[in-house]
Design a protein around this ligand. Structure first.
Ligand code: SF4
Ligand code: SF4
Length: 119
């Protein structure tokens, strides 16, 4: 069974372009939506994302919506704890495909790390 983990130097979910996420208002609180939009740079990437190291510059202070945690996903998406693993894997794969492509090195690294076998 595949087990979700975040893969270092990926950063696909830090590409925040709202054009790619039309349902933001459905899962973010109004103040979170304001924060989210304030973090979107001109290139669509989060202004806190370091493109050289491919890491978050404010990792310990990152907003709730950046955290893959049971309570967060329950609140934001109505995902039950036992569903989190598969849901998070799907989210990451969708995001990686959108940002880097479905045959990208990032996708390969992610699939290998979590033990996902594409159908
Ligand atoms: S898309 Fe997934 S693996 Fe990539 S940085 Fe985000 S949480 Fe980590
Ligand atoms: S705050 Fe950090 S984790 Fe959240 S989108 Fe920006 S760079 Fe990524």
């Amino acid at each position: 069974m595949a087990t979700w983990q975040c893969v270092k130097q990926c950063g696909a979910c830090c590409h925040l372009d709202p054009a790619d996420r039309p349902d933001l208002e459905e899962y973010l609180l109004p103040e979170e939506l304001g924060l989210y939009l304030s973090m979107v740079g001109e290139d669509g990437w989060c202004i806190n994302f370091d493109h050289i190291s491919r890491e978050c510059r404010i990792y310990d202070q990152r907003p709730r919506f950046c955290r893959v945690e049971v309570e967060t996903f329950q609140d934001m998406y109505g995902i039950e704890p036992e569903e989190l693993n598969d849901f998070a894997i799907d989210c990451c794969r969708q995001q990686i495909e959108g940002v880097y492509g479905d045959r990208s090195l990032e996708m390969l690294r992610f699939d290998q790390a979590v033990g996902y076998i594409p159908i």
